[in-house]
Design a protein around this ligand. Sequence first.
Ligand SMILES: [Zn+2]
Length: 297
Amino acid sequence: MGEWHPECPARLQAIDDQLIASGIASLLERREAPRASIADLQRVHSDAAIAQVRDQLPATGSYYALDGDTLLNAYSWEAALRAAGAAVAATDAVMRGEVNNAFCAIRPPGHHATPDSSMGFCLFNNVAIAAKHAMQVYGLRRIAIIDFDVHHGNGTEAAFAEDARVLMVSFFQHPLYPYSGIHPAGTAPSHLLNIPVPAHTRGDVVRELVRQRWLPALQAHQPEMLFISAGFDAHREDEMASMGLVEADFAWITKQLVEVARQYANGRIVSCLEGGYALSALGRCVVAHLKALARID
Ligand SMILES: [Zn+2]
């Protein structure tokens, strides 16, 4: 999206660098991301939303702005298909028992993309597409989507607002972009557990919210598979927001989710990268997240 843009290719390089530096790169099985099919995208997105990306690609070297901070370049369609395709392929690999769980190191992120529109750096909603795939192809009836990105996953909420098969749990800094996810008391559907927290909230407070709010909801829902919108922009070094989490907090949260998956879902987890813009912190957080997923301590 341009040299100046925080959602930049260096994010994935930073993750790779830290995987190598930490020594866990050689322990992971790596797979290339295939392209999602149009039918995969259509499980979540309207034809107009798909065409909005596909039909407006600019010439190499120029950009087309979908909104103030979401831009297309000549390669955006290909990248968006690979990002969604990674999430779908990871779901297949986990459902077939080829791997216990999977992390998709993908760009662009997805959780702000609504069924009808790309926005907020996100073109298509990777995690929502994968969750729909799990339900429609494998017949799963209870899914959990856990979103720990610092921003509210408005696109994911919109995709499943009417679908109680999907429990969505999240916390997010409030007020902050995209200024959504706040339901007047008593009006939120019971399958949407979005917890707004103020700026400067630290990890100990978030862990207590996870203990008291997320875990009972997840245990009640008994999900057959977990999907994680893994954004790491709640890290205290990340200037996209103002929260105070550190690597150990993301590791702790991931361990709780691994335990939920073990109890109810045969261990099945697909985690998809969302935000995280402080490059060093992003890489370190992904290492902590993967160590917890792989039970490497
Ligand atoms: Zn974010």
